[in-house]
Design a protein around this ligand. Structure first.
Ligand SMILES: *Cc1c(COP(=O)(O)O)cnc(C)c1O
Length: 398
């Protein structure tokens, strides 16, 4: 044996992103194949029995396992530093699947108010129907998290950095509070991806993603994934086998290949977002820029400590109200008016009338979702062209 053999578990992030999880079919293909098949065949009745019973490794049915999905799950688990991953049909399916696997009637959840809107619906409306109660707290108020805990509290759920203002919470400290109260900490890591932040390494128990966003990074496929210990993720696998919210093998293949460029893409998103944020901060028509890469942002120091970089999403308020914000948005010729984020193409939204329109006026005010707020997910176009695009709208306000 070669003494210099490199242990794949010691590969650095970029190597794992390109190499981990690869399966070859026997045809010697270099780029991995897509396993578009619903079921799998056996040489004999006896072999079928052995695979069905789990005595022999192998696949049974793509609702349970599929090689393309397994490749993606193994690579994701490695990148987040978890033992096991479970892929699902969307980000929401991953959040619901984890909850269905871990919670039962009588359990209690503490959830940040600043999470993806549909996540609030899942906790507030659907889990509540089955006897799981949730308390919503102000994201960065550690005391509120502590005070919301009850003997039945089983789960803390948060998203950091928050959307759209980029507020940040100390994951390590939150894991401490959760564990002191006998709860698991689940972190939605959609905005950073493991290229910028690895919550499991900071003490979180579960990481969830909408892979629809930066993981795909090209606005093509819907998907989700949860990563954590074998024990916790195993519960989601069992739920998913029964409930069927599995990831399509075609989508899994796209995500698997997209992970190969994740580090480079995130670096470029972050570099352009930083440059745009600094540029916007100097513009006279701008009231305030929200980007944790700016020293003026309340989460700057913590983001610097906890994240490798500051992410690809920024927000700003223009001087004026909805009319002025819409004027800037409507003038854009490159940046797409769409709700999605984490795409090669830059996207713009007016949170108050789209992503956050379901909030009451009071909740909007509390969350800082004002009528003059605009959010940009910075893509991979030339940052000079993005500046020109924004300037054409901002100049109308001068
Ligand atoms: C989009 C998103 C989700 C939901 O994911 P889907 O893939 O759309 O189901 C969850 N959390 C965050 C932070 C998101 O941006």
């Amino acid at each position: 044996m070669n003494n210099n053999e490199i242990n794949p578990e010691q590969w650095e992030f970029e190597t794992q992103a390109v190499r981990t999880g690869s399966i070859r079919s026997g045809e010697r293909e270099h780029s991995e194949a897509i396993y578009l098949t619903s079921s799998f065949v056996y040489d004999s009745a006896q072999q079928a029995q052995a695979v069905f019973s789990g005595d022999e490794p192998g696949n049974v049915y793509s609702r349970y396992t599929n090689p393309s999905v397994r490749m993606f799950e193994e690579r994701m688990a490695a990148l987040e530093g978890g033992e096991l991953a479970c892929a699902s049909s969307s980000g929401m399916a991953a959040i619901l699947g984890m909850c269905m696997g871990l919670l039962k009637a009588g359990d209690h959840v503490v959830c940040s108010r600043s999470v993806f809107g549909t996540t609030v619906t899942v906790f507030n409306k659907y889990l509540a129907k089955f006897g799981v109660e949730s308390t919503f707290v102000d994201f960065t108020d550690y005391q509120q998290w502590q005070e919301a805990c009850r003997p039945e509290t089983k789960l803390f759920f948060l998203e950091t950095p928050s959307n759209p203002l980029g507020e940040v919470i100390d994951i390590e400290r939150m894991a401490g509070i959760a564990h002191d109260n006998g709860a698991w900490l689940m972190v939605d890591n959609c905005f950073c991806t493991p290229a910028l932040q690895q919550p499991l390494k900071l003490g979180a128990d579960i990481v969830v993603h909408s892979t629809t966003k930066f993981i795909d990074g090209q606005g093509r496929c819907m998907g989700g994934v949860a990563v954590g210990s074998k024990e916790l993720i195993g519960e989601m696998h069992l739920w998913q086998r029964a409930a069927g919210a599995c990831m399509s093998p075609f989508n899994a293949w796209n995500f698997f290949k997209a992970l190969e460029t994740l580090s480079l893409r995130m670096e470029a998103h972050c570099r352009s977002a930083q440059e745009l944020a600094e540029w916007l901060e100097q513009m006279p028509m701008i009231e305030k820029v929200y980007y944790s890469g700016l020293p003026s942002h309340s989460g700057h120091e913590l983001a610097k400590k906890q994240q490798k970089a500051f992410g690809g999403v920024l927000a700003f308020t223009v001087k004026g109200g909805r009319e002025q914000a819409w004027k800037v948005i409507d003038q854009l010729q490159i940046i797409s008016r769409t709700a999605n984020l984490g795409d090669t193409r830059s996207t713009v939204t007016h949170p108050a009338t789209t992503t956050h329109s379901r909030l009451s006026d009071e909740d909007k005010q509390r969350a800082g979702i004002t009528e003059n707020l605009v959010r940009i997910s910075v893509g991979l176009e030339s940052v000079n062209d993005l500046k020109k695009d924004l300037e054409s709208g901002l100049s109308l306000l001068a």
